[in-house]
Structure formats: C-alpha cells, structure tokens
Design a protein around this ligand. Structure first.
Ligand code: ATP
Ligand code: MG
Length: 626
C-alpha cells in the first residue's frame, strides 16, 4: 500500500530541499563516514581540520593514533535554546563523538545579569534530549561554569598589565566610541601610556570596589590603528557593581566576552572552539589574548583553535533570544514551549523527535557560507522519521455522522488495521465498526468535481479496513449544513476487499479510501492545529517589527475530534519514546503528539493532541489501493 507519510515534494522547487544538495564550505569535502550506515552523520569541513590536526599531532593523539578532540557548547543562560542552537550542539557533539573525543556543556555566565535556574535546567534538558549527553554519554565532558574561572581570568589580566600589554583607561564608553577613529584615522586614548605601576594599582582598586560602575575599564594594549577595529585596544574588564548568581558580591568587575572566552576554552582543554561566522574577525583577538598570556610564561597555557561556521537560519522562523523573550512576555505565545515556538522545547512539545532534528542538522550540513534554509527541510526530516516509527491510528477531526442503513442495529465487528505499513513487525490492531460512524466532513461532497474520489451522493467509497459504502441520501439543518449522511454497505467487501464481479461479469471499483471512527466507540479529543507563526519567509525584515508578520491563523483548535478507542491504551506497536511523548500518524491527516495538557486517566479521558506536521496531498496518493 502506498503511504503518504513522505512529504518529499515540499520545499522550494529549486531542489534546495533535496538531501545532500547543500553547498560545501570552502571546498572541503562533505561525505559519509566510510564504513558507517547511510544515515550515519555526514562528516564536515571540521572533520577535515581534525584529521589534519591528527596528522600534525597538534593536540596529541590517542593510543590508536587518532587526533584528540574536545569541543564545547557555551550558551549564555539567559533564555531557552532554539533550533539554531541545535546545529551548534549537533556539530560539536558529533565531532567529538566521531573522533572519540569529549564534549562540554559550558554556561557562559560572565554577565552578572540575573541568572534563572529555569534557564539552566531547560538548557540541560534540551541538550540531553537532542542526544548530546554531556554527563553520561560516550563523549561526555561534563558541565562547566565560566564564572568559576573569574579568579584565573583576573590573574591573567594582571599578568598582561605587568607585561605592559593592558592598561586602565578612564574614558567612558561613550568617549571610547567617539575616539574609535575611522579606517584611516587611528583611535585615541590619553591613558594608553600610563605607567605600568599605575595600571596595576588602579586595576587592583577596580577589583576592590574603590571605583563606581563605569568609571574605568581595563583595555588590551594592541593597536589603535588596526584596520580590524576589534584590535583597537578592546576592553577586557568593566566595573559593574552587581551581584552574580554564582559569585555573589565577590566581584564588581566582569570580563568581556573576547577576553573570557579563550581562557574558558583554554582551562577546559578545548581543542576546537567552534563559533558562528560573526566572530571571524574576533579570531585575531582570541589568539592575541592567549599568546600574550603565554608570552615569557614558562608553562604555556593551552591555546584552542577558534573555527567559525555559518549559523543556522530558517525561513518563517525568528531565532533571536531577545525576540523570543518578547513573544513569551507579550503573550503572543503561551510560553517558551508553545508548540509554535522555534525553541527546542517547543519543537519537542509539538511532537518533533530529536532524531528528526539531528537528521535535519546533518542534512543542512556545516559550511562557512550563510544561507537561509527552507523550513520545508525541517518538516520533511520530521515526516521522514515519523513515517518510519509513528503508529497509525484513525481520527476524524471534523466529524460528520454516517448511518449505514442496511447494517444491523446493535452489531459490532472488529477489523484488523495495519499499524505501520512501513514496518510489518508492528502488526495490526482491532478497530470496532458499527452502524453509525464518523467521517471527516471534507471526505464528502454533495456536488463533487470530476476528480473527487471520496464520498458523494450515489458514489461508493472504501472505508479503510472495513467495508465499501455507498451514499444514498443526506440530511441538512436549516442553514444547509449536512448533519447526516445516509449510506448502505456491501457485505461482500468485508475488510475492504473487492467484491466478486456482478452477474454481468463487471468488476465494480472504488477510487477512494477514507478513514472513519465508530460513533459509539469514539474517544473525544481536542486537537491543536498549528501553522507557521509568521506569514513571511523573513519575519520582521520588512518593518523591523515581527508583530507585523505574525500569522493570525497559527493556531486552530478543534474541540471535538473523534479518535478510535485504541488510543486510550498504549498499543504494543507504540515505540518506547525516550521522552515519553506519544506520537501518531492520524491516517490521511498528519502526525500528532499527545500534549502534556491531556488527562488520560480522567473519566472521561481528556486528550489533547498537537499537530506536529501535516501529511499534505495524502488522499490523492492513497486513494486507490485497488
Ligand atoms: P541568540 O542570538 O539567539 O541570542 P546567542 O548566540 O546569543 O543566540 P548563546 O547562548 O550565546 O546564544 O549561544 C550559544 C552557542 O550557540 C554559541 O556558540 C552560538 O554560536 C551558537 N548559536 C546561536 N545561534 C545559532 C544559530 N542560529 N546557528 C548555529 N549556532 C548558533
Ligand atoms: Mg550570544
């Protein structure tokens, strides 16, 4: 039987949705790991770097000669992780795993901004859910906090002061930007040549809280004329009289990202410090800091290699944390895990599997070329996975009652329905059938166009796994809405089989197969039909305000869907979902996940389903199995 679970035709017609159709970064190869199954993660240009490092024995090697690899994912705990982060997580964890290396989760908490335990917990949960187990997995490196390194960072900074490589500057932030110069005019600071001893004293005083917030900064003494503005004596420390979630009141100076990050990487022995492309022209600074610490140091500190890649950007999705927070706070969505959100927890609640997100990340690859990825590729990755593993059930979202007039009143038959046409081992289940059933309203048309193969007056259709029925009449309410469809069934079509040829030798045929649920046995459910949160490919691009691009129809709630009764039990065919979220294909309708708002044990059960992703074009394909 053909199955419509594949949505291969979605996405742009230019082939951008095709697997492995992605561009390669910098001419580096991008192929499957030899000796691994076809769906194993593909290698990336990063793997090429690692194998070259191995040949050069740059980071040392394992006993078998393979290169040492230690990566990290360094989120700031100031929000929830989104689908963009999953790319960074997958590539860092994958690189470590493929090279028998280690992967750290590091909270980059160098800002005294209020830290929310909620964010920390959510980040840990989401990283693990994605499969990057930083605590117990084969590549587990552990959890680290940047703020644990404050003392070390201070020592190294004082070391730079001692070497004449850093100085205390009393220009305000505003003055620094005024004096930053132009490509042809160098920046200036009147404090640049102050004696080392003075900077030593002032930096110590900064730490001791003797100066107010913003009064002075510690700046690296690099090159005020550099064409790379990041090297024009960047700030290393600023004064902020604010409490920190971890260090409390111990500090009133806090390190800037560029100063802190390389030290964090160094202390953790990170080999490849992978970040997004906007940090490319920070790399000279990253290296300058470590080289300056190592200058005339007997025992050099570890110097990681910064490598940049193109961040993930997807159509119809907004990824910046600032905007995601605004959507949550303004009530545009119901929370960080609203299934319309591009957060990892939003996708999870919606029913996406971590396998499908990993497959998507693998599909888009890792390159150094910015591109906007068609969201259809993410949806297809989800369909591809769920098609293989999701049990099939029948559910009617917009029910209209059908009465089968020649079927005995009170009789119930049970039909065997295939659980997953993609996986024979999943077997079948029994579905009760009776005189009154529900079908979906759009599977019936009173005045059908020519190619309509479902139910219509005088025509015959196959009920999935049951009988052929023929429409013999309809009833309507005062507004002209159909309230009842009258049908007859042919007992010779039991199980959906073709009936024997008629006396004239003619074989009757049906073109359509539709799903149904026995009215007396149906379980009611609320179904949340999600659509894209934004109407345009690049939200907020046109007006700068995402609110202008919101899709008002991003959520449609169906209050009274009818589902076959087997849904109340956990079927033998249901996978042991690691995250406990039950997912199904509602035949001909889409993929759905049972929402945490459900109360399956209530009497009667209160079930809520989220539509994960639609099937699209389904009925046309599965219409004719004859
Ligand atoms: P946002 O811009 O959403 O606030 P961020 O970069 O500020 O994200 P961090 O917590 O600082 O969030 O990011 C942690 C890691 O995730 C960084 O290493 C960053 O490079 C990476 N990252 C963030 N966004 C993306 C993205 N869209 N694609 C790939 N990696 C990303
Ligand atoms: Mg950031």
């Amino acid at each position: 039987m053909a199955d419509a679970g594949h949505g291969k035709e979605h996405g742009k017609a230019d082939g951008s949705n095709l697997r492995h159709g992605h561009s390669h970064g910098h001419g580096h190869g991008h192929g499957h790991v030899p000796g691994q199954p076809a769906d194993a993660p593909t290698t990336t240009f990063l793997d090429d770097i690692v194998s070259r490092d191995g040949e050069l024995k740059r980071w040392g090697t394992h006993a078998d000669g393979t290169a040492k690899v230690h990566t990290r994912f360094p989120p700031e705990p100031n929000g929830y992780l989104h689908i963009g982060h999953s790319k960074s997580i997958c590539l860092n964890y994958g690189l470590a795993l493929r090279n028998k290396g280690k992967f750290n989760l590091r909270f980059d908490d160098t800002n005294p901004a209020k830290e929310e335990q909620e964010y920390v917990d959510a980040i840990k949960r989401d990283v693990k859910w994605l499969g990057a187990d930083f605590e117990n997995g084969p590549a587990a490196g552990g959890v680290f906090w940047a703020s644990d390194y404050f003392e070390k960072m201070y020592d190294y900074a004082m070391d730079l002061v001692n070497k004449g490589l850093a100085y205390v500057c009393e220009l305000s932030g505003e003055e620094v930007s005024k004096r930053r110069g132009t490509p042809s005019v160098p920046a200036t600071s009147p404090f640049r040549d102050r004696p080392i001893a003075e900077s030593q004293r002032l930096f110590k005083e900064m730490r001791e809280g003797k100066h107010p917030t913003g009064a002075m900064t510690l700046r690296a003494k690099i090159d005020l004329a550099s064409p790379n503005f990041n090297l024009r004596d960047p700030v290393m420390y600023r004064i902020l009289h604010e409490e920190h979630h971890n260090t409390g009141k111990a500090w009133c100076i806090y390190p800037m990202y560029d100063w802190a990050h390389g030290i964090e990487d160094s202390l953790e022995g990170i080999t490849h410090s992978i970040c997004t492309l906007e940090f490319e022209n920070h790399r000279p600074l990253y290296d300058w800091f470590i080289n300056s610490i190592n200058q005339s140091r007997a025992e050099k500190i570890h110097h990681s290699q910064q490598i940049e890649f193109a961040k993930l950007q997807i159509t119809y999705i907004l990824l910046s944390k600032r905007n995601l927070l605004k959507m949550v706070q303004s009530g545009t969505v119901r929370g960080w895990d609203d299934p319309r959100m591009p957060t990892i927890c939003g996708f999870r609640r919606r029913g996406y599997t971590s396998e499908s997100i990993r497959a998507f990340c693998d599909d888009v690859g890792v390159t150094r070329t910015e591109s906007l990825i068609d969201i259809g590729r993410l949806e297809n990755a989800c369909r591809d996975h769920l098609n293989k593993v999701a049990p099939r059930r029948m559910a009617v979202l917009d029910p209209v009652k059908v009465v089968i007039e020649n079927y005995p009143e009170g009789q119930v038959e049970e039909f065997e329905a295939v659980n997953n046409p993609e996986d024979e081992s999943k077997g079948s289940r029994l579905v009760p059938f009776s005189r009154e059933i529900f079908i979906d309203r759009d599977d019936f048309m009173e005045n059908p166009p020519k190619k309509f193969f479902r139910l219509a007056p005088g025509t015959e259709v196959r009920l999935r796994a049951a009988y052929w029925i023929k429409c013999v009449g309809i009833e309507k309410d005062a507004n002209g809405n159909i309230t009842l469809i009258r049908c007859t069934y042919d007992a010779a079509t039991r199980g959906g089989e073709n009936p024997p040829p008629g006396p004239d030798g003619v074989q009757r045929k049906v073109k359509g197969t539709i799903h149904w649920v026995s009215a007396a046995h149906a379980v009611n459910a609320e179904v949340r039909l999600f659509d894209r949160l934004f109407k345009v490919e690049e939200p907020s691009k046109a007006t700068g305000n995402y609110v202008d691009d919101l899709n008002p129809d991003a959520l449609k709630v169906v209050a009274n869907a009818k589902i076959e009764p087997s849904i109340l039990q956990i079927g033998k065919d249901e996978p042991a979902w690691a995250d406990g979220i039950r997912r199904f294909q509602f035949e001909r309708t889409g993929y759905f996940a049972l929402d945490a708002d459900s109360k399956p044990d209530a009497k009667p059960a209160a079930l809520v389903f989220n539509r994960t992703v639609s099937l699209k074009d389904t009925w046309a394909k599965i219409a004719d199995k004859a």
